[in-house]
Write a protein that binds this ligand. Sequence first.
Ligand code: NAD
Ligand code: UGA
Length: 439
Amino acid sequence: MKAIVIGTGYVGLVTGACLAEVGTQVVCVDVNAEKINNLQKGILPIYEPGLEEIVTRNYNNGRLAFSTNLAEVIPGADIAFIAVGTPPGEDGSADLQYVLQVAKEIGTHMTDYLVVVTKSTVPVGTAVKVNREIKQAMLNRNALIDYDVASNPEFLKEGAAVQDFLKPDRIVVGVNTDRAKEMLERLYHPFLLNGRPIIFMDIASAEMTKYAANAMLATKISFINDIANLCELVGADVNKVRKGIGSDARIGNAFIYPGIGYGGSCFPKDVKALVQTGKEYGHGLRILEAVEAVNNDQKKVLFGKINRHFDGMLKGKTFAVWGLSFKPATDDMREASSLVLIESLLEAGANVQVFDPVAMHEAKKTLGESVKWCNDMYAAAEGADAVMLVTEWNEFRLPDWTRVKQLLKAPVVFDGRNIYDNVYLEKSGFTCYSIGVSH
Ligand code: NAD
Ligand code: UGA
């Protein structure tokens, strides 16, 4: 089977590499020539654990190729995945220009029957638009080639993308012909061993499933953050409350970790887009509007604690920030909560010293020289008035606190992810703030 994946970003590259890994012949296509040139040299555009090994192996064995030329690689393909970005437009709705551009290019260049699969996260109704673009492009060149469109939303998490793709909880496919269904069933068969399900449905339901999944997960996070903030006021400990509710199988332990708000390229934009879809249909999604509002406030919670501790006198003070990416194990800085915190600290006249294991290169594109870039967590703590844990990378989990205490001007820790043992830290002479625990 031959597949092409158009858009070689987080989703496209992981999809292409993992499909090649199980035997599919794959070409990943992108308009970004630098990205494609680098990939041909074995240089990956993103940090994603385990990905480099799979990309290199499959590139070397000839199952995975990279190209900027869709026209050249489309002949002979059975399936084309659209995996380009769907960023938020001005009103929050998903901007479909890249998806529709790719659909047009497919219609312009396809030569034989093709299943055109949208993997990008797109609102209900997009498959109809994709279909229209392909049809129009074919009409423009007087071609009449059979094809099907399908929807196959992706549920991978950054930082765990390879494992999520190879061992998915489920694969969701929206189709309206048996031919497309059989093709996708065959393509995904290797991933469905051990009883993992492929769930077929109509296309609109598949498109909606993706937004509903992300919205549900974002809701869990904003819910626990709201409860965390109340815990602080009433003298409860959200860490205990989390365990108490998570052990109820109906609630579950996943995605109820309080913190400094969800970031990343998906939850923020997908919640906005779904709210916008609701508005378009005259159906206000009140819960999701609240989810978004709570999240925007939560990104400021750590700054509020710092400001209160220092009685609003942050000017001239120096703060260490441990972790910048929106979550561990990725260099993705999109909508990272660290950016909101750092902006507030800088606005208040403070100096900021930062360290992140892999995201500093990416973060520099936004932060430039406004902060001091440090080589490790201890260098960031040197001479600082307090340290802030922002992204819970493994290497930040058990610092040498004696060393940290010596490096800091005063032993104060703001733990934005509740990973530290407050009791131990307080015993060791630190003042420690976390989320959802009254101080
Ligand atoms: P990305 O920004 O990392 O990559 C998109 C790529 O598409 C870029 O390399 C860009 O150059 C390329 N591109 C744009 N127009 C093109 C064209 N006409 N032809 C070929 N290539 C083109 O995006 P991403 O994070 O991989 O997200 C892609 C989609 O998948 C989005 O809809 C997103 O919501 C969804 N999604 C993302 C994740 C994730 O974890 N990042 C997970 C699930 C779903
Ligand atoms: C999320 C979903 O988990 C994926 O299933 C989905 O495919 C993807 O969005 C997408 O559509 O792009 P991702 O954004 O990569 O994946 O990462 P998550 O692990 O979901 O974390 C998102 C944010 O929520 C992070 O900022 C993280 O710190 C925060 N989070 C997560 C919490 O604050 N608490 C939690 O309990 C879990």
